[in-house]
Ligand binder design. Structure first.
Ligand code: NAI
Length: 301
């Protein structure tokens, strides 16, 4: 029987939407869930400590074990204290899910610098800081005990980052970066027994209400994403690390990063000249599309 019994699971941004469903799933599997949430609006404005508290109450009402944390994940001191608090429960953090996020969509020509900075701050810095401070603790523990105690990290990317969605230059850049962070951290932390994966969720939440409109089907509910996150959190996914998955609507897609589509090489180790590239255009591109207008886009179909 799959269980998270005895495990401490810290989920950022778990006061709403997807994070709250992950918290319910992990609590129901026996994990102690640390519910982090700053309680802001979907665009990152405001703060309300009751979001984390209410989530904890709801988990406890269903018999789960949970505690609240209201740190801003992108604040250095608050992120460090949040990680220390989670580790100090039992001396180990078993699961870290970086999920907190905000959205501020604009085209590249209309985006304010503040909208760019805010989105990078919450997503990239807000993923890096918890991961960084947790990684330090995992490394220290492994060095002190000489043991590789397993831990699992799930980072939150987006199809916007993987498919480069127009209108989201700030968000897509951050989410593509996060997918890359998962693989880098997986390489760096394997020596300490820590696995790191990333998911690109698809679900109707307050963040995507505009995209989903009136769709009421439970197929797109955030609860339909949670089982894959609990799988990645659990020991059942041992051996899976550095991977990226699109999850939602009753489906999981395993994604692979940038791969060469065509190659052009100068002969006999000579320098590649511009004329070589002009002459080799057909060899490099073949019949493949050479503008993003023809690339796949992140639709909800
Ligand atoms: P949501 O808006 O319902 O939940 C996000 C939570 O993060 C909120 O409770 C918010 O208070 C919290 N948060 C924001 N900034 C924070 C900060 N600095 N510190 C602590 N907490 C903070 O949104 P949703 O849809 O549940 O999104 C969760 C994650 O999934 C986000 O990273 C989002 O970008 C990502 N995502 C969601 C998709 C979807 O289909 N809903 C699609 C692709 C990615």
């Amino acid at each position: 029987m799959v269980t998270l019994d005895g495990k401490t699971c810290l989920i950022t941004g778990a006061g709403n939407g997807l994070g709250f469903e992950y918290a319910k799933s992990m609590a129901s599997l026996g994990g102690h869930v640390v519910v982090n949430d700053l309680g802001g609006a979907f665009d990152g404005t405001g703060a309300d400590q009751s979001a984390a508290m209410q989530a904890v109450k709801a988990l406890e009402a269903e018999g789960g074990s949970a505690s609240a944390n209201t740190a801003d994940v992108a604040d250095e001191e608050q992120a460090r204290a949040m990680i220390d608090e989670a580790f100090d429960r039992t001396g180990h953090l078993d699961v870290l899910v970086c999920n907190a996020g905000i959205l501020r969509d604009r085209m590249v020509f209309n985006m304010s610098i503040e909208d760019w900075d805010s989105v990078q701050r919450v997503h990239l810095r807000g993923h890096f800081l918890p991961l960084h401070y947790a990684a330090k603790r995992w490394r220290e523990n492994a060095k002190t005990t000489g043991e590789k105690r397993p831990a699992s990290v799930v980072l939150t990317s987006s199809r916007s980052g993987l498919y480069s969605s127009a209108g989201q230059i700030n968000y897509a850049a951050a989410k593509a970066g996060i997918a890359s962070m998962a693989t880098v951290a997986a390489r760096e932390l394997a020596q300490y027994g820590v696995r790191v994966n990333a998911i690109a969720p698809m679900a109707k939440t307050r963040m995507t209400e505009g995209t989903f409109g009136e769709i009421t089907s439970t197929r797109w509910g955030p609860a339909n994403v949670a089982p894959m996150i609990s799988y990645l959190a659990s020991d059942e996914s041992a051996g899976v690390s550095g991977q990226v998955f699109i999850v939602g609507g009753g489906r999981v897609e395993w994604m692979r990063t940038w791969t060469p589509q065509g190659v052009l090489e100068a002969e006999d180790g000579q320098p590649l000249t511009m004329n070589d590239v002009i002459a080799g255009r057909a060899q490099l591109f073949g019949d493949a599309p050479t503008t993003p207008a023809d690339f796949p886009t992140a639709t909800w179909d």
